[in-house]
Design a binder for this molecule. Structure first.
Ligand SMILES: CC(C)(COP(=O)(O)OP(=O)(O)OC[C@H]1O[C@@H](n2cnc3c(N)ncnc32)[C@H](O)[C@@H]1OP(=O)(O)O)[C@@H](O)C(=O)NCCC(=O)NCCS
Length: 176
């Protein structure tokens, strides 16, 4: 298990479905991700099932973020699209309820995931994208060493507007 001071990461499973439906399926939350299209419970259940298959194939690793000491579900974090030849992948994170933002959970979760990527999976590069308006997320990524390498113009249509996104990457120190 991956554990830090306040949180732990455990593989995402079907028992997390109720928690996901409660706080993730809202416009306030999803504007920071791809945008808001409502998902049904069945849709999310199928997604969790597909995650199990991807984890088995080792093309993605998706974790629930749980707050210690009661192991309360607060969000998800993942490495996706793992390319084992180039040892590169994409990262995503969402802490689902804004009450849990700004407390340090996201930073801790990303630190654990990076450590897992380098030391357990022997990856060398993690990339991600973040919307221009999501200054909190960009700050956290840059604080942890991610570097901006590009910008997509109006890539997403969110809440009535075309939104720019930045691309960031993190290269493992020993591979630079
Ligand atoms: C982005 C996210 C993962 C960050 O996790 P978090 O637990 O809220 O972040 P932390 O508490 O660890 O750190 C927040 C940092 O951002 C800073 N911050 C807060 N609001 C900010 C703002 N508007 N602009 C810049 N920095 C900001 C804080 O000061 C803190 O910085 P510090 O550690 O240097 O003091 C989380 O807020 C989240 O899931 N948001 C909704 C979904 C999302 O945006 N996902 C990412 C999509 S790319």
């Amino acid at each position: 298990m991956l554990v830090s001071k306040d949180i732990r990461l455990v593989p995402l499973e079907e028992n997390h479905l109720d928690d996901i439906m409660r706080d993730w399926n809202t416009p306030e939350m999803r504007k920071f991700l791809g945008g808001y299209i409502p998902h049904t419970r069945e849709h999310e259940r199928e997604w969790i099932e597909s995650v199990q298959i991807e984890m088995k194939k080792r093309s993605s690793f998706v974790f629930a973020i749980e707050q210690l000491p009661k192991d309360k579900f607060i969000g998800t974090i993942a490495l996706h699209n793992i390319d084992w030849l180039s040892r590169s992948c994409t990262m995503g994170i969402a802490i689902h309820n804004e009450e849990n933002w700004g407390i340090g959970f996201g930073t801790q979760a990303i630190e654990l995931l990076i450590e897992f990527g380098w030391k357990s999976l022997n990856l060398r590069r993690i990339e991600l994208s973040v919307h221009e308006f999501n200054e909190r997320a960009k700050h956290v990524y840059e604080k942890l060493g991610f570097v901006e390498y590009g910008k997509a113009h109006g890539k997403y249509y969110i809440d009535g507007e075309y939104v720019n996104s930045y691309y960031l990457e993190l290269i493992r120190a020993s591979e630079k």
